[in-house]
Design a protein around this ligand. Structure first.
Ligand code: HEC
Length: 137
């Protein structure tokens, strides 16, 4: 009985994830889309749209467990640094979400540049390495 409940809860929890086929590549494409939306928002002066896209970046879905295990196996002790890069993107985009309606344009642009740098910082160290580990998974 207890096990059945746990199973049903798990199924209910996992079903939407499977439906959306979350994997690191899709997460990354969503990040890219939202970063482009942020840039567009600055160009057309749409702060609400900017805040929503920043929120999407800050709250991106977690890497699925199966992929996270492959990454952890490859990176070993470096996993903490990988997580740290993600954390920087998270806190910068959270700040952009919180300040998006308040800050001046130059401040927002600086924050967007910082986010882009944080994306590329992780890519320069880990992107090709992890892409080959995950290829086919
Ligand atoms: C913690 C590390 C990390 C951070 C931070 C990060 N990325 Fe990535 N990104 C990766 C890895 C690893 C891949 C390769 C994934 C793969 O090929 O399966 C990748 C791939 C990509 C790709 C290529 C996807 C494709 O179709 O091949 C894009 C676009 C991308 N990231 C955008 C972004 C953006 C935008 C940000 C910042 C908002 C960002 N990334 C932040 C690690 C990171």
């Amino acid at each position: 009985m207890g096990r059945t409940v746990v199973f049903l809860v798990l199924v209910a929890f996992l079903a939407p994830l499977n439906a959306a086929e979350v994997n690191l590549k899709n997460i990354m494409r969503e990040l890219e889309t939202n970063l482009l939306i942020i840039i567009e928002s600055l160009l057309v002066d749409d702060r609400e749209q900017l805040v929503l896209a920043a929120k999407e970046i800050a709250q991106h879905p977690p890497i699925p467990v199966s992929q996270r295990m492959l990454i952890a196996e490859e990176l070993g002790d470096e996993m903490a640094q990988f997580a740290q890069f993600d954390q920087v993107v998270h806190s910068l985009s959270l700040e952009l979400e919180e300040r998006g309606l308040l800050n001046s344009e130059p401040e927002l642009i600086r924050r967007v540049q910082e986010i882009l740098s944080a994306c590329v910082s992780c890519h320069s160290v880990y992107k090709s390495r992890i892409a080959s580990v995950l290829a086919g998974h």
